[in-house]
Design a protein around this ligand. Structure first.
Ligand code: ADP
Ligand code: ZN
Ligand code: ZN
Length: 815
């Protein structure tokens, strides 16, 4: 017998191996250990098919061992992977690498570390013990080295067993920065929750006025909480009462307080499984319409304005699925920014929710995976970022894609460069599950599909509580500069609006889609600009560490004191990033508390949580940030949003620039005035008559669609065509140029003018490699055959030795 395997490699196709007599009980979806290539490299391959057809070549290698006793991948997943490989023009192996938790995908190269504590608990003996001891001495070992040490030709089964026992981990686990922030809470012991008992405590503490004061502050702070345990964060309590952790500890000892830790953002136990809130009339109507639309459509687009309460509509639908005993996948664009939504869902659905994202520790990912595929009680609800799509579902009933327009649903690197929104429709199909796409600013693609009748469509066009949509004003930057009404990058209108909000103790969000301090230094004499030595791109100055940084390769350089070309000491700074905005805000509003949210301030999850928590608690007045601040934040005291430089968004050289600019501005505007405080949005721009700004001011999603659709149709862009972007890279420019021309020529033979390029991209060199781009427009009506042609042509051109060394990145449906 033979088995066709998927190997975790970027090589196309399946690989056939012979199954020795004692291993023939293996089934599709199980892993086996096999040798591959020259040398003694081992891989864990996944069985796709077991059969009797000899592959026809002389030496068929044999499977060495079977690693699983039950499938770890389902038939539906294998089908989905095949669809993805075909759609995104990549190999099945690449899809598998993206899909499987790293612990389930082993090779000789896998780097192992010991997890001694778990090892002790599992009391590992014999060979395993030997290996663990060696690992404790050497820290890291590859799977191949471990095999040598153990004297095993095929160490995979032994390694897998140790991993199952928790004694071994992958090295990458050690580097994970994505640890949750733990918060310590103070609450009264249950017996002290009584008015009278509390009075006796006050009396008892008469002689310790500081402790009495601490108790007083606790009572004040927790009074507004109706649910037990009426907890207060310890740091907050200590800060506001001017006491110390030690004093809190004293009251714990005396038997008054309880102290415990919990992951930030998780609701207290007492608040779990809260009864659902009553839906507003508009929400109920939308819910009914979604249900009805699902009678005839697999996919429904819910277009709900910002703060319309889409989450509650999703939750009602989730309830129905749970009652029917089916699973729900709730996709969010970026798990980092969604603590708020997760804690809302947790409060309602409790431990029926499992959270999944690619930055969680590998052993947790693996455990969740195995629970989904083999467990008796797979989690009913999975909330996750795009990679959650790959989990093995058993009985999927509904996929919710929240903020479906968000570009983060697209994976850029490595392959498969998939869009989780699009793939969720393929995921749902074999289960006959429904897909709900939600957004206030839906993508052109989804709107197009809703208009053509492929998707159902439901509108929710009022904010929850009938709160008014924000009032959006435009301010002319040129005119303000002429009339000397600018202070730094702020117009007097925006300054006054922020001032007003601060006086009323309201909050503001300032959006500038560029990080760092200034993006460009330029010589006043000869226009020289400092660039990265390894990329053709100007360097961004970061003031905090006084360095110039390349945002493409991450290298940094000391700032120049004079022009690198003519030697002139006169350099001027062009443009501005969030770091500069933060500094200017500090000068304009010296009393205000300001925080910055961008890639530089949120490297770990804790930092991000801290910023959002302090903003939520009102410990920050003004939040400045990049596109991160446009996403999903729901804070009730935000009354002002400022967009500092709309032109930069609008002038971006990409066919999606206007769509994106509209989405970003409408979304960030939607952060304001979400409760009682009416919202004001100030858009600063040079070109205030840009028609896209009119559409933003009127929140005119349909108008935006019509305008864009005309343009896209005329020029043959999505949603009217499908794009395949081909990026070629090589150290030598002439090599990349000649391969790009050869590829373009070959593609034109079948697709003619629908092949654009080769073009030199704006950033023409990254990490010492020269780039060329080709863009292929595929007709929707013939996309299978045309894509097959693209794939074959690529294979043909790159089989030529002269081109083989040029690297190719294939991106289908680029964002
Ligand atoms: P969206 O996702 O559409 O922007 P949200 O779901 O975040 O809106 O809802 C906006 C706010 O209104 C949230 O703070 C939410 O708690 C509140 N809200 C929405 N629906 C209800 C409801 N039926 N009852 C009580 N509060 C609601
Ligand atoms: Zn110069
Ligand atoms: Zn660089």
């Amino acid at each position: 017998m033979f088995a066709d395997l998927i190997l975790p490699l970027a090589v196309p196709g399946l690989f056939t191996y012979a199954l020795p007599a004692d291993l023939q009980s293996v089934a599709p979806g199980m892993r086996v250990a096999v040798p591959f290539g020259r040398g003694r490299k081992l891989y864990s391959g996944l069985v796709r098919r077991v059969h009797n057809d000899h592959p026809g070549y002389r030496t068929v290698r044999s499977v060495l061992s079977v690693l699983d006793t039950a499938p770890v991948v389902t038939a539906e997943q294998l089908d989905l992977w095949e669809h993805m490989a075909e759609h995104y023009l990549c190999s099945l192996g690449e899809v598998m690498i993206a899909a499987l938790p790293a612990q389930l995908s082993l090779s000789s190269e896998t780097r192992l570390v010991a997890a001694p504590q778990a090892a002790q608990e599992a009391s590992i003996k014999g060979r395993g013990e030997l290996l663990l001891q060696a690992l404790l001495a050497r820290e890291v070992m590859t799977l191949a080295e471990a095999g040598e040490l153990l004297g095993l030709k095929d160490p995979m089964p032994a390694i897998k067993k140790l991993m199952d026992q928790g004694a071994l981990q992958l090295e990458e686990e050690l580097r994970s920065t994505w640890k949750p922030r733990m918060v310590t809470y103070v609450a009264l012991r249950p017996e002290a929750l009584d008015e009278e008992v509390l009075h006796t405590w006050f009396d008892k503490l008469e002689k310790a006025p500081k402790q009495q004061h601490l108790l007083m502050r606790y009572v004040e702070l927790s009074r507004c909480m109706s649910d037990a345990p009426r907890e207060v964060e310890r740091s907050k309590l200590v800060h506001l009462s001017g006491t110390t952790n030690a004093m809190v500890a004293t009251l714990v000892e005396k038997g008054l307080f309880l102290l415990y830790e919990r992951e930030a953002g998780l609701p207290p136990e007492g608040a779990l499984n809260k009864p659902p809130p009553a839906l507003s009339q508009a929400q109920s109507k939308a819910l009914g319409e979604v249900r009805r639309a699902f009678d005839t459509k697999e996919v429904v687009l819910l277009r709900g304005v910002t703060s319309s309460g889409k989450t509650e509509v999703y939750s009602a639908l989730i309830d129905e699925q749970l009652e029917a005993g089916r699973q729900v996948l709730y996709l969010l664009p970026e798990i980092a920014l969604t603590t708020q939504i997760i804690s809302r869902l947790r409060a309602r659905f409790g431990d029926r929710i499992a959270v999944s994202h690619s930055r969680m520790p590998q052993h947790e990912r693996t455990a969740l995976w195995l629970r989904c595929v083999q467990g008796e009680h797979p989690p009913p609800i999975i909330v996750g970022a795009r990679s959650a799509l790959f989990l093995p579902f058993q009985n999927l009933g509904l996929v919710v894609v929240d903020e479906e327009h968000d570009p983060s649903y697209k994976q850029h690197d490595p392959a498969p460069r998939y869009n989780a929104r699009d793939m969720s429709i393929l995921l749902a199909a074999p289960f006959k599950a429904k897909v709900l796409l939600g957004s206030a600013t839906p993508s052109m693609e989804s709107q197009h599909n809703a208009r053509s009748g492929k998707f159902g469509r439901v509108d929710l066009s009022v904010r929850f509580g009938d709160v008014a949509m924000p009032n959006i004003l435009r301010v002319d930057l040129r005119d303000s500069a002429k009339r000397k009404l600018m202070r730094g990058n702020f117009t007097s209108t925006l300054i006054e609006t922020i001032e007003g909000a601060l006086k009323r103790k309201e909050q503001a969000i300032i959006f500038q889609n560029r990080r760092g301090y200034v993006p460009v230094w330029q010589c006043e004499t000869c226009s020289w600009v400092p660039e990265c030595d390894h990329c053709d791109v100007s360097l961004t100055y970061h003031k905090l560490d006084h360095r110039l940084r390349c945002h493409y390769c991450g290298r940094n350089y000391p700032p120049p004191t004079s022009c690198g070309h003519c030697g002139s000491p006169r350099l001027r700074m062009l443009g501005f990033g969030t770091e500069k905005v933060e500094e200017e805000l500090g000068e304009l509003f010296p009393e205000a508390r300001i925080a910055r949210m961008d890639q530089d301030t949120t490297r770990g999850r804790q930092a991000l949580d801290r910023i959002l928590t302090s903003f939520g608690e009102g410990a920050v007045d003004i939040l400045v940030g990049t596109q991160m601040v446009t996403k999903g934040l729901d804070f009730e005291r935000v009354s002002v949003v400022g967009i500092l430089n709309a032109d930069r968004l609008l002038k971006f050289p990409d066919f999606r620039a206007h769509e994106r600019a509209f989405q970003l501005m409408a979304q960030v505007a939607g952060r304001s005035g979400r409760r009682d405080t009416p919202g004001t949005v100030i858009i600063q721009a040079q070109d205030i008559h840009n028609p896209v700004l009119d559409l933003v001011v009127n929140n005119d999603v349909d108008g935006m669609y019509t305008r864009e659709a005309e343009h896209r149709q005329a020029h043959g862009y999505p949603p009217y065509t499908r794009l395949v972007e081909l990026t070629l890279k090589h150290r030598y420019e002439d090599r990349v140029t000649s391969t790009a021309s050869a590829l373009a020529l070959a593609l034109r033979e079948g697709l003619g003018e629908r092949v654009l390029g080769p073009e030199i991209p704006i950033v023409a060199r990254i990490r010492d490699r020269h780039l060329r781009k080709l863009l292929v427009k595929i007709r929707r009506t013939a996309h299978a055959s045309e894509k097959a042609f693209v794939r074959d042509t690529i294979d043909r051109v790159f089989s030529d030795k002269q081109h083989a060394a040029v690297q190719l990145v294939t991106d289908v449906d680029p964002q």
